[in-house]
Design a protein around this ligand. Sequence first.
Ligand SMILES: [Zn+2]
Length: 185
Amino acid sequence: MIEEEVVEYYKFLYLRGHVSLLSGNISVRTDDCILITPTSAPKPLLTPRDLVCIDLRGNVVRGERRPSSEWRMHVAIYRARPDVNAVVHTHAVLPTILAERLKPGLLAESESYLGGGIAVVPPIKPGTWELAEAVAAALARDNVAVLKKHGVVAVGPALAEAVNRAEVLNDIALATLAEIWSGGP
Ligand SMILES: [Zn+2]
């Protein structure tokens, strides 16, 4: 069941340090709606029935909770990218701080996993349409974006690819930091 997948993948992201207890959000596009994590909940403890189904305008179709405060960002991405069926937003610290300095070329396979470059979005107030539209525009060609002073967005045709891209971006950040520490080129 896709709801169980969302809940399980969220735990992976939490356990690997990509999000804190209340931060971040995940959504998937299903046949009839966008299934998204709720706002203001300790997300590693979510159960499938805590998820909320919204339409492409943000109206709640199913579910008892309120959708993530970043629902606008998820909706804007799905509107702009018909090929995308999963959106992952984390607050991973390293890629967020390194942003333009990230070097995907340090890890040979990372570029093929990302399937594009790393977009960088300037600091914009969270939860706004302004941020949603800036992220959707940044992801017109790329599958990962760093939101400066905020976090990371990764997208994919399914949840596994989107989560993997968030992890690969974190690996690139670790490699970049290691290179800086070791006084690399
Ligand atoms: Zn955020």
